[in-house]
Write a protein that binds this ligand. Sequence first.
Ligand code: ZN
Length: 143
Amino acid sequence: MEIIRRAKSGECLIGRLTHGCDLLEELTRICVRYGVRLGTVHALGAVQRARIGYYDQGKKEYRFIEFDRHMEIVQLVGNVSVRDAKPMVHAHVTLADDQGRAFGGHLAPGTVVFACEVEIQPLEGTDLVRELDEETGLPLWRG
Ligand code: ZN
């Protein structure tokens, strides 16, 4: 069954991240600092190295792909919700190499920022809380 809520957008947070920070950890840290528990995230920029996940639906586990090279963040799209009573950023990225070839997946820790411009849109509404979903093996929103 789908889980759908109404949420109202308010003021937006926009800025750039620190050179050399971990992309996912920094996005999460900003949400904690600014009290964002529900929202959306968009970003673009470049990374020094990247680590993205692909969820193996048969095995119900992530496989991680590492790129030990400089890449463009063509697009990062994500959301903020609550897991274990804390803000959690779930983001997917499309990255491009020096030939313009694109790769993408679930953003994982280990992706290091070269430069990144980010926009976080906090939403006003009831928290969406993640809990382990038996059917998929993923921490999904519960009703
Ligand atoms: Zn994901």
